[in-house]
Design a binder for this molecule. Sequence first.
Ligand code: BMA
Length: 324
Amino acid sequence: MIQTKVNIPWEDRPKGLTDVIWRYSNNPVINRYQIPTSNSIFNSAVVPFKDGFAGVFRCDNKAVQMNIFAGFSKDGLNWEIDHDPIQMKAGNTQLLHSDYKYDPRVTFIEDRYWVTWCNGYHGPTIGIAYTFDFKEFHQCENAFLPFNRNGVLFPQKINGKYAMLSRPSDNGHTPFGDIYISYSPDMKYWGEHRLVMKVTPFVDSAWQCTKIGAGPVPILTKEGWLLFYHGVITTCNGFRYSMGAALLDINEPSKVLYRTKPYLLAPAASYELTGDVPNVVFPCAAVHDELGKIAIYYGAADTVTAISFGYIDEIIEFIKRNSL
Ligand code: BMA
C-alpha cells in the first residue's frame, strides 16, 4: 500500500456493528444547497492536497446543468466549493467543447493531478484534464469515442503506460455495462482495450447484474489493486446502485483475482433512499492513511455527498472470503 501521511476523516466502527464498511454518523458531509446555484452536489472526488484536501465536485445547478467545480478542505469534511465551475484551458489539444461534465475522479500521477469525468461530446464519453493547483485546469483529448462513462485512471503507470478503466455505454440511462481497461503512452492516444469484468448472473449476485462501473481510483496493496465499484440491479422501481469491491492483478489488472458476491454498501440510510434519484450509492473517491484506514466518498441519491469508513486489511479479507 502506498504510504501517505494524511489525517483522513475518521470515525470508529459503531459498537455492535459487524459490517466491514460503516457510514459517518454526520452524513451527508456536503448538502445539496452548499453553493448558491446548486440543486445537488454528489458523485465527487477528493484527494490529499498540501496540508489538507482538494476536490472536484459534481454540482448540478438549478437549471439542472451538470458541471464540475473545484473545492478545498482542511479536514476532508468541511468544504469550500468554488461558486463557479472549472473553466478549462487547452491541454494536449485545442480546447474541446463540453455539453456537460459530471462524475469526476481525481488522481495524482508523477507531477500533477489528473481529472477524468463523463464529458458531453455528442453524447457521454471520458474527458481528461490535468491541474497542478486546482485553480488552473487543462483539458486534454477525450479518451474514447462516445458512448462511455466511469473513466477511472490508475494512480501510476503500469508496464510503462497510463491505464484507465471505463464502461462503454449508450446515450441514455444504459441498461447494460461491463468494465474495460485501456492503455496510453501519453494520455492522448488510448488502445489495448481489454475486458476486466462483466455483470454477474442474476442468480449469483443480483445487485450487480444490470451494469457495473469503476468507482474511486484503484489503491495499490500487496494483494493487488483494490477497486471499489458500483453495481446496479433493475428493480420494478428502477435502478438500485450499490458498492462492491474487487482485487485486480498488480501487473495485469485485466485479471480479476477476487470480487465481492455480497455488496459492501447498499442504499439503506434515509439520504441514500430519498433524493432526486432514490436508491443510489455511487462511490467516486477514497482517501487512506498509513495505518490502512480508509474513507470512501460517495454520492447519495444523486443529491448529496456522504462518507463511509473501513480498514483496508479487513476489506481485502472480506473480498477474498466472499468472492464470486
Ligand atoms: C448514472 C450517472 C450517475 C448517476 C446514476 C444514478 O447513469 O448519471 O451520475 O448517479 O446514473 O442516477
